[in-house]
Design a protein around this ligand. Structure first.
Ligand code: HEC
Length: 418
């Protein structure tokens, strides 16, 4: 065969192999909307069958086309000269969203774009919730991880409806459905719901020596209160060169604390607080997200400061996809951290921390609260849990999970009173 033909047939084989792969669910890095969901992607988080009722409910809640209230200047299409743009306050800059900013948001991740449903969709959701019963429920309960996560999706949307004061008629059906998919406590506490563990994550993070790491107890902001987020969260801190005792001494020295050492790393882990079949909150081992923060330098904020915040702090984030859980057999004792999706900090999403929807990059969103410079307390370099007002202290094992269960109970009491 002439060389040219061999070449052509090779190319064809290659092209066929690429087409055979599932199309990417998110827009690629070259795209102006890097990271937003592909319009044509199919989302099948709970079952391989497109029309499975859990998939339908998920898509109703986790995918939405909307005009964001605000559009951040950090989006590459929103600023022309990056050199000038990355100056003090870059993460605050934004403008009001307009028709041309209409986009498709969400997907299999943490961002819940829905803020209440218009009438036909709300009635449809109610019907779908009723279909979660009998065989559908039994099949779901045979996959504990999927059942816990699906319940979390329902409760999270119920919380959203309370927050935005929309669709009060959906709150009880959501709660009732969450009860129908509840598992016995002994299953919730078993390895059949476990995903990754601190040990597993720690070994994958450069500079994170678990033998020297301490868990930080602190007063949480709302962002980490299970009454509002239905998740527990733990923070683990490693300060280079310091042994545990020295880290504790630093942590509790109050005003005497020296500036945080270079290359300090904090790891944040978040997992689902489920409700068991008796209606009681249960903090499970179903970890869905891990984030790290690292102090990389104390150079001035500038375009060429090669860190996420552009003033010295680096972030990394890993999120577990429901689809990964869908494909993991429940007899497996965990879902390895290596199967979590690493999130590019320059990718984009719709965030909703202060009650209005903003289209921005992960980097700009994280820098908002975690910038190192231009803050009253530069010594802690944007490590929020270390603020004196958070009263950081060494945590007792399991205390954060018990706290999250008590917070979750407050939420359930509110829901049940509706
Ligand atoms: C609205 C403010 C806010 C935003 C936005 C935010 N965080 Fe945080 N973050 C906090 C607070 C407050 C804490 C301290 C924990 C607590 O309150 O219990 C924290 C804690 C953390 C920690 C543990 C170390 C520390 O600083 O205490 C990490 C890691 C972290 N966040 C990563 C991120 C990443 C990555 C992003 C971007 C996706 C992000 N955060 C966005 C407020 C925020």
């Amino acid at each position: 065969m002439p060389a040219l033909l061999i070449h052509a047939s090779l190319l064809l084989t290659l092209a066929a192999a690429i087409c055979a792969q599932a199309p990417d669910q998110r827009l690629p890095i070259e795209h102006d909307d890097f990271g937003l969901p592909q319009r044509s992607a199919s989302w099948l988080p709970y079952a391989a069958a497109e029309g499975h009722v859990c998939n339908r409910i998920f898509r109703q809640l986790y995918l939405a086309e909307c005009i964001p209230t605000a559009v951040a200047a950090a989006l590459p299409r929103e600023h022309t000269d990056a050199k000038q743009f990355f100056a003090a306050g870059w993460y605050f800059k934004k403008r009001k969203g307009e028709e041309r900013d209409r986009r498709w948001f969400g997907g299999d991740g943490r961002q819940l774009p829905a803020e209440g449903l218009p009438q036909p969709a709300a009635t449809q959701l109610k019907n779908w919730l009723q279909q979660i019963d009998g065989d559908v429920t039994n099949e779901l309960l045979s996959r504990p991880r999927a059942a816990v996560w699906f319940q979390h999706d329902l409760l999270r949307f119920a919380r959203r409806l309370l927050d935005v004061k929309q669709n009060p008629e959906l709150v009880q059906p959501l709660l009732a459905c969450a009860h129908r998919v509840a598992l016995p406590r002994q299953v919730l506490l078993s390895s059949s719901v476990r995903t990754t563990t601190l040990e597993d994550v720690a070994t994958k993070i450069p500079g994170f020596d678990q033998r020297r790491c301490i868990e930080v107890a602190r007063n949480s902001s709302r962002l980490f209160d299970a009454e509002y987020v239905q998740l527990w969260s733990t923070i683990h801190l490693v300060i280079p060169e310091l042994q545990r005792e020295a880290v504790i001494a630093w942590l509790t020295a109050g005003d005497q604390r020296t500036p945080l050492a270079m290359h300090t790393v904090a790891l944040l882990m978040q997992g689902i607080v489920a409700i068991d079949d008796q209606g009681k909150p249960c903090a499970t081992d179903l970890v869905i997200e891990a984030r790290t923060q690292r102090l990389s330098n104390r150079d001035p904020l500038a375009f060429d400061n090669p860190t996420t915040t552009r003033d010295g702090v680096d972030f990394a984030m890993w999120s577990l996809a429901r689809e990964t859980v869908r494909d993991t057999d429940s007899s497996v004792h965990n879902v390895p951290f290596t199967s979590f999706r690493s999130i590019d900090m320059e990718s984009q999403a719709l965030f909703r921390d202060y009650g209005s929807r903003k289209h921005t990059t992960y980097a700009a969103q994280c820098a908002l609260c975690h910038r190192r410079s231009n803050t009253p307390d530069e010594a802690i370099a944007g490590f929020s849990a270390l603020r004196t007002s958070s009263q950081p202290a060494p945590a007792k094992p399991g205390a954060r999970r018990r706290l999250a269960e008590r917070e979750m109970l407050r939420f359930l009491d509110k829901l049940r009173a509706k």
